[in-house]
Ligand binder design. Structure first.
Ligand SMILES: C[C@H](O)[C@H](O)[C@H]1CNC2=NC(N)=NC(=O)C2=N1
Length: 96
């Protein structure tokens, strides 16, 4: 899958308002806050199952109720449609 141009990433992020393009342009990221660790880990579990189905895995960091998610496509060396699709799923999974 090929790397998206910066303008295409910015267009896609209009539908993902809490996501930001990293300064180096190579990844997108978002911080999620949950009520407690149980809710945060439930989110991570839902995303992990989908990520494995997609064969596309997040870089993330969890402390208690906070999850920092970074998405990039290593194989392409930047952001691809797979990152946009997984970010869209993360947003859905964060409210289910
Ligand atoms: C062999 C396997 O398909 C690849 O290594 C997959 C696994 N998961 C991946 N996840 C992410 N985020 N980027 C990749 O390029 C990637 N590649």
């Amino acid at each position: 899958m090929s790397k998206l141009e910066k303008s295409a990433i910015e267009t896609a992020l209009k539908s993902l308002p809490n996501w930001e393009l990293a300064d180096d342009g190579l990844s997108i990221g978002r911080v999620y806050m949950f009520g407690d660790f149980n809710a945060a880990f439930g989110f991570m579990t839902r995303v992990a199952l989908m990520a494995d189905k997609m064969d596309h895995h997040p870089e993330w960091f969890n402390v208690y109720n906070k999850v920092n998610v970074t998405l990039t496509t290593h194989d392409a060396g930047g952001v691809t449609q797979k990152d946009i699709d997984l970010a869209t799923f993360c947003d859905k999974a964060s409210s289910s």
